[in-house]
Design a protein around this ligand. Structure first.
Ligand code: HEC
Ligand code: HEC
Length: 176
């Protein structure tokens, strides 16, 4: 094979591989308000925050009270930064890292909590939803109605992925 052709092939591979990697990253992170973990074909937006909450409670209460993270409001990028720093704190103190999947679940849970708080505090106190207990179908119905309230008042419905995130969060914190 002529050296020039070989060179071109190598360059083509060097360019394509990173592009493919970036593209597959996009598939894994569909920019939901919450990363959904294993996606169920029936409910692609489904969010199971049960395990996430459990991992959060167990992992983040080892060195300080949960009030420390629960009292903060951050977006996903902000929580990723904090959880990565906590991972370093953990390594320094206990000699091991917080497993990557656990870190992801914790970021999901805290992002979901802040998404719920930002979306559902615009018209009334959060105690309104948090004072109720409802099952999945009931929360879905309420949130669909709130989305209509939102559209009437502010011109925009609550996006589907945000609704799914909030249903997941409320099932863990005001579910039955
Ligand atoms: C190994 C001990 C340890 C563990 C485990 C730990 N933290 Fe921390 N955390 C600290 C220390 C030390 C500080 C103060 C210094 C700092 O911010 O790094 C802190 C501070 C914080 C703060 C306040 C500063 C900020 O950036 O807002 C938040 C929020 C927080 N932690 C969240 C978490 C979360 C979420 C987890 C679970 C992933 C966690 N912590 C687990 C040791 C820990
Ligand atoms: C645009 C304003 C607005 C937003 C945003 C909003 N609500 Fe409401 N909410 C209302 C109004 C108005 C009522 C009373 C009338 C009704 O129930 O539709 C209400 C009542 C409620 C009730 C009591 C009635 C019931 O069905 O139990 C709950 C619970 C509730 N909201 C939860 C939520 C949740 C969860 C969110 C976030 C997804 C949210 N709200 C966002 C306006 C809003």
């Amino acid at each position: 094979m002529p050296r020039k052709l070989l060179f071109l092939i190598v360059v083509a591979i060097l360019i394509t591989v990173p592009v493919l990697l970036i593209a597959s990253d996009d598939v894994e992170d569909p920019k939901l308000a919450v990363y959904v973990g294993p996606v169920d074909a029936e409910r692609p937006m489904e969010v199971d925050l049960g395990r996430s909450k459990e991992v959060f409670v167990n992992t983040c209460s080892k060195c300080h009270s949960l009030k420390r993270p629960l009292g903060k409001t951050k977006d996903r990028a902000g929580w990723e930064k904090t959880v990565n720093r906590m991972n370093k704190n953990n390594k320094k103190r206990f000699g091991k890292e917080i497993p990557p999947l656990d870190r992801q679940e914790i970021v999901n849970y805290l992002t979901a909590k802040n998404t719920f708080e930002a979306t559902c505090s615009k018209c009334h106190a959060l105690s309104r939803p948090l004072g109720k207990t409802k099952n999945r179908a009931e929360w879905e119905k309420t949130i669909t109605r709130m989305s209509k309230n939102d559209k009437r008042r502010f011109g925009e419905p609550i996006p589907d992925d945000v609704q799914a995130t909030i249903v997941g969060y409320l099932l863990e914190n005001a579910g039955k």
